[in-house]
Design a protein around this ligand. Structure first.
Ligand SMILES: [Ca+2]
Ligand SMILES: [Ca+2]
Length: 66
């Protein structure tokens, strides 16, 4: 699944776009973002369109505009 161009690296729990803009829209899956193991700062999109925060370590396609 692709990542979105948003993360909460700067302020844990506050997701922002890469350009620093606050999110105007969000579509979290239930119980997300859960910051699992304290290392989930990037956001992926499930095939359902719902978002999940996950580790940034995996480098994958990033959608910057959607
Ligand atoms: Ca996080
Ligand atoms: Ca998560």
């Amino acid at each position: 699944m692709p990542f979105l161009g948003i993360n909460d690296i700067q302020t844990e729990g506050t997701f922002k776009h890469l350009n620093g803009e606050a999110l105007g829209y969000s579509n979290w899956a239930s119980n997300e973002p859960n910051n699992s193991e304290g290392i989930e700062d990037c956001v992926e999109v499930h095939s359902s369109g719902k978002w999940n925060d996950r580790s940034c370590e995996e480098k994958r396609l990033i959608i910057c505009e959607y």
